[in-house]
Design a protein around this ligand. Structure first.
Ligand code: NHR
Ligand code: GAR
Length: 221
């Protein structure tokens, strides 16, 4: 088997899917350690589904508004994803909280990118809250998903200084630029076997990460 096929990932989205696009494109650079096997959205008709389909990746909506029961929805979503035997499930702007049963089913194999410097600002509307609080810096965190919302072990962060010109949309766009840099790095590490989840911690190169790595500290070309 090629190295490419050895790490199938499934990407979950709810919207634009710019992180998803970056991952699909990164996965097609040679040499690659992973392949995007499928994309699922909890909302039909979102732009990210069309983007994925245009790039030749199977893309489907599983409409959450049609299934009221969270446990039932998460089981159906899990069954759909399991067809691809993913080594990793990647949340990329996925806006639904996943049940403990879903997290257990894919334990240690779910990544999220959160638009804040966790543990500060978990939850929604982070850019607005950061600006309202008068923070001087903001950024993005990649973490393994656990049942605790935005509370799983942190892997990689990137930070920026808030500028006087920043409003919610300008800040969101600048943070997205950081997201597109860090997410492929974390996915590659997991798929290369360098990064893993064990005993409630993230491990890189056989040592637990006590603090997340910072993009600025990596020697990336
Ligand atoms: N699921 C688990 N179990 N753990 C995490 O850490 C998760 C998760 C699912 C999604 C992404 C997260 C983020 O990065 C994420 C992390 C949605 C909400 C939310 O409140 C909060 C955080 C995140 C995603 N969602 C509402 C809900 O009731 C719906 C909001 C809406 O549809 O507008 O699911 O920020
Ligand atoms: C990203 O900024 C991501 O951090 C955020 O949604 C955006 C999705 O953008 N995620 C959350 O807020 C999760 N609650 P994209 O669809 O263009 O990748």
């Amino acid at each position: 088997m090629s190295k490419h096929a050895s790490c199938p990932i499934v990407v979950l989205i709810s919207g634009r899917g710019t992180n998803m696009r970056v991952l699909i494109e990164d996965s097609r650079r040679v040499p690659s350690s992973y392949a995007v096997a499928a994309v699922y959205s909890d909302k039909p008709g979102v732009a990210g589904l069309a983007t994925a389909a245009a790039l030749g990746v199977p893309a489907r909506a599983l409409d959450a508004s049609k299934i009221a029961d969270r446990a039932v929805y998460d089981e159906l979503l899990g069954d759909a994803i399991a067809q691809y035997s993913p080594s990793l499930v990647v949340l990329a702007g996925f806006m639904r909280i996943l049940s403990p049963a879903f997290v257990r089913r894919f334990e240690g194999r779910i990544l999220n990118i959160h638009p804040a410097l966790l543990p500060r600002y978990p939850g929604l509307h982070t850019h607005r809250r950061v600006l309202a609080a008068g923070e001087r810096e903001h950024g993005v965190t990649v973490h393994y998903v656990t049942a605790e919302l935005d509370g799983g072990p942190r892997i990689l962060q990137a930070a920026l200084a808030i500028e006087p010109e920043d409003n919610e949309s300008r800040l969101a766009a600048r943070v997205q630029g950081l997201e597109h840099q860090v997410y492929p790095v974390a996915v590659r590490w997991h798929c290369e076997g360098r990064l893993r989840y064990e005993a409630g911690a993230a491990w890189l190169d056989s040592a637990p990460l006590k603090e997340p790595l910072q993009l600025a500290d990596l020697n990336l070309t």
